[in-house]
Design a protein around this ligand. Structure first.
Ligand code: UDP
Ligand code: MN
Length: 294
């Protein structure tokens, strides 16, 4: 047994750290505010799983399937059951206006599916934006005291690889796969909007289609984005990318404590970039004209 002060211990530690750091030198693995950026090759999944098993965590996931988007739900749920926190307790919450079209999916033990009814809408912008309000209410009414973490995910996507404990953190955002050039980040640029991000500001452009963290932190995010969205609406403003714009503003002010690489929300129509060793979750190709109400 080596003592902490012996040269042997130092040697082992330095070697291990050196090994870890040298695994990925091709991508940014930490932000300037010292949040990890999660890429394949930067973490030990067995170690992480054993840490979180002891904590006996429950993870909630919300997914909206309003109108024709119900068609994506079956693949989403089936692949989520296989890849999303496999082996952990997961409670899925599906929000839909088509209650009798919800597919029957057999979930693994310890995983539940709850369906909640939401009104239909004839504007996709409204469906997309109302998610923040419904997430806020779900947390207040149901999750607050018995769920630890929550992820809010787009339904028009499938899991292809592990999404697990490496993604857990206080406030978690995913880097958008198509937008890595700061000068082209499509933040809301009108100062009148509460989603405004000034030129030269902003860290990453994050996806609206996947975010999460501790239930209390996501509650704060959802509440803030909802209020800002509604206050904008009262003044006749709709941010460039609806709630995604508000999310990006929020993450600029309240830095995420963990950032997930685009492995965590790729897009099927995009060719895989060489630095993406594994696509874990990806948006399917869809024809907007056929599936959106407007
Ligand atoms: N959505 C829905 N019905 C609609 C439009 C949107 O249920 O008619 C939900 C659905 O969960 C979808 C999310 O809102 O994944 C975001 O919309 P969309 O995926 O079309 O946006 P994109 O990812 O293409 O920007
Ligand atoms: Mn989507």
């Amino acid at each position: 047994v080596r003592s902490r002060n012996s040269p042997g211990f130092m040697l082992v530690t330095v070697t291990e750290v050196g090994l870890l750091l040298s695994l990925r030198t091709d991508v940014v693995t930490v932000t300037p505010w010292l949040a990890p950026v999660v890429w394949e090759g930067t973490f030990n999944e067995l170690l992480l799983d054993s840490i979180y098993k002891k904590k006996n965590i429950t993870v909630a996931a919300t997914v909206f399937a309003v109108g024709k988007y119900i068609m994506f739900l079956k693949d989403f749920l089936e692949t989520a059951d296989k890849h999303f926190f496999a082996g952990f307790r997961v409670d899925f919450y599906v929000f839909t206006d088509r209650l009798n079209e919800v597919p029957k999916v057999n979930m693994a033990a310890g995983r539940t599916l709850t369906v909640r009814s939401v009104p239909s809408s004839n504007r996709w912008q409204e469906i997309s934006a109302r998610r923040m309000e419904l997430i806020q209410k779900l947390i207040e009414e149901t999750l607050q005291n018995h769920v630890d973490y929550i992820f809010c995910l787009d339904v028009d996507s499938k899991f292809h690889g592990r999404w697990g404990t490496e993604s857990l953190g206080g406030l978690v955002a995913v880097i958008h796969p198509g937008l890595d050039n700061r000068s082209r980040f499509p933040y809301e640029r009108r100062p009148a909007s509460r989603a405004y991000v000034a030129p030269g500001e902003g860290d990453f452009y994050y996806c609206g289609g996947a975010f999460g963290g501790l239930v209390q932190e996501v509650h704060q995010l959802a509440k803030t984005c909802r209020n800002n969205f509604e206050d904008d609406a009262k003044e006749g403003i709709e941010a460039a990318w609806q709630e995604e714009s508000h999310l990006n503003r929020y993450m600029w002010i309240n830095k995420p404590s963990k950032v997930l690489s685009p492995e965590y929300l790729w897009q099927d129509f995009k060719q895989r970039n060489p630095e993406v060793l594994l696509i874990r979750f990806s948006g399917v190709i869809k024809n907007y004209a056929n599936i959106r109400p407007n």
